[in-house]
Design a protein around this ligand. Sequence first.
Ligand code: PBG
Length: 335
Amino acid sequence: MPAESTPPVEPATYRLRRLRRTPALRRMVCETTLTVNDFIYPLFVMEGEGKKEEIPSMPGCFRYSLDLLLAEVMTVHGLGIGAIALFPLIPDPQKDNAGTESYNPAGLIPRTVRAIKEALPDMVVITDVALDPYSSEGHDGIVKDGEILNDETVAVLVKQALVHAEAGADFVAPSDMMDGRVGEIRRALDAAGWIHVGILAYAAKYASAYYGPFRDALDSAPKFGDKKTYQMDPANAQEALKEVELDILEGADIVMVKPALAYLDIICRIKQRTNLPVAAYNVSGEYAMVKAAAQRGWLDEQTVMLETLTSMKRAGADLILTYFAKEAAIALRQM
Ligand code: PBG
């Protein structure tokens, strides 16, 4: 910095292109390096056997029955990806307003976590804590008279987190945006002896239209209204800092911003304020946009993918949840 205030030579003689002249020079001054260690791969699991269904709005992403999911997790592990985030497709008859199935110890997610941990103990398994996949209303909380109840929902989220910890999850990831849930989950985990189970908090989660394809994948779109009474207004940045501050005070181990691409400024500001790892969720709609344009030949998929992921890391993300994890891992190997 001081060098700029006292230039050693006349400014006109600076030639920044010197550092861009060859690939070796560009590598030498490269400020941001994406690696496979940055990625967390989200995976969708469903009941049944031998099932693999492509999600129409997320080409290249599938819902797997547990047997085929295990094979996929092995493949992912073979590519060097060390962490996955699990999301369940719950059959309609198992859904209710209170999300009762979410804390069934024999439910789809606990069974999946156990099977993965048995097959691959060193794979970091992160589970989603929220009611929407289990909710007949498609909301992240219990609904009463058109309102999403906060504290009643938190009590259910705590039960869900305990069941996931019991099954062997390394991290629980509350994605619901109810107030106070990180603290309640931390206290309950500790009281039950799960002191090593971490919390990846969806700290600044916006009410975003970029979640559309994900809701197709899980059949979890809200049956009425929207999620604006709990997820954040895309216009707000100060509020994101408050959300993050509280989640850290409540005991979050990692704080996440979601979505990522339209919120790079938020990632950047949060990174400047905390020494905890910051995660970014490169969400379904961000993935779908690139895929759709690439399918039409309008964008070069691999280059756009790596540019986008690099932008998130450059903004300050230490970790990136991305449906591109597999493709990016392969692309990075070839570089
Ligand atoms: C819900 C949840 C959502 C996503 C992850 N967890 C959707 C929502 O809030 O409606 C979206 C992920 C994506 O779009 O990739 N708890």
